[in-house]
Design a protein around this ligand. Sequence first.
Ligand SMILES: NC(=O)c1ccc[n+]([C@@H]2O[C@H](COP(=O)([O-])OP(=O)(O)OC[C@H]3O[C@@H](n4cnc5c(N)ncnc54)[C@H](O)[C@@H]3O)[C@@H](O)[C@H]2O)c1
Length: 330
Amino acid sequence: MRVGIVGLGYWGPNLARNFDRLPDAELRWICDASEEARARALAQLPGARPTADLDELLEDPDLDAVVIATHVPSHPVLATRVLEAGKHCFVEKPLAQSAAEAEQVADAARSAGRVLMVGHLLEYHPGVQKLKEIADSGELGDIHYIYSNRLNLGKLRADENALWSLGAHDVSVVLRLAGEEPIEARAVGESYMRDGVEDVVFCYLRFESGLAAHLHLSWLDPHKERRFTVVGSKRMATFDDMELERKVTVYDKGFDQSFQSYGEYIARSGDIWSPHVSNEEPLRIECAHFVECVRTGSEPRSGPDSGVRVVRVLEALQRSLEESSRAAAV
Ligand SMILES: NC(=O)c1ccc[n+]([C@@H]2O[C@H](COP(=O)([O-])OP(=O)(O)OC[C@H]3O[C@@H](n4cnc5c(N)ncnc54)[C@H](O)[C@@H]3O)[C@@H](O)[C@H]2O)c1
């Protein structure tokens, strides 16, 4: 499968490196409007053809797929052009900045009969897969609530806030774990570094089943945290990407009803264990999944539907953020 990539800024080179190393893929084109970015990428990928113009990729009849790693506002327009040119498309997260635009890209993929995959990287993380397996097995009982912490002193962005930049990952995982879409979204956030661009955002989602989720997203924080906590009626579990070995931990903790005194609950604190989690690079798994979906024509795990769902939730959270955290329907 012959792949071209557009966008060789901060993240694109990681995708380019992974596609280049896959045995079933050939990285044929590297495209960026910036000459400096092209030169930097070409030094690492001397076998690829550099260009500043996406049309060169779209006119190459031997090119199967285009990977888009440009800034977010450009995603819908570029992805639609790629799909309408008959190429399969991998687009970085989030698919778009509005659900309407995300749906238009999804429609373009359906009409063209081409694979569209969104880079919800965490959906390919073996630790998230393990957490999902544990939650689905019933080991935790009914899931009461989920919360995530994505904190860092990270990259300051001007064209998206911490909700859209960091939250796309957390929302994609929460939706995967929940297996349903939220009915209500609330968010509060603050801008300190740039007017109108929130550096820290707290989000709250409620689901029809009673499940609740909270996200703490910030690129202005002394801690580096990338953690999900799932609290169930029987047990609790965490996925902590900062842990080297114990990425997933299950806690046999909760409350049991005391039968000596009717109506009273007593805390139970039992075993704590960590199942094995593969340390294969999630980005490699993600890129290999795209190649496999193109080869077989199957729908990616983070395909158009997942891309649209995540944007719909982010859009509702953004609405709430703008309306002083009034609850917004999703
Ligand atoms: N999966 C992850 O963990 C992860 C991490 C970081 C960024 N990202 C995503 O990657 C994407 C890119 O982010 P970034 O930080 O690398 O941005 P960036 O601004 O550093 O790089 C974007 C590059 O795209 C180029 N570009 C933009 N429009 C172009 C066009 N029409 N034709 C050719 N080149 C064009 C720019 O010149 C720039 O070099 C975003 O969607 C972001 O959300 C994902």
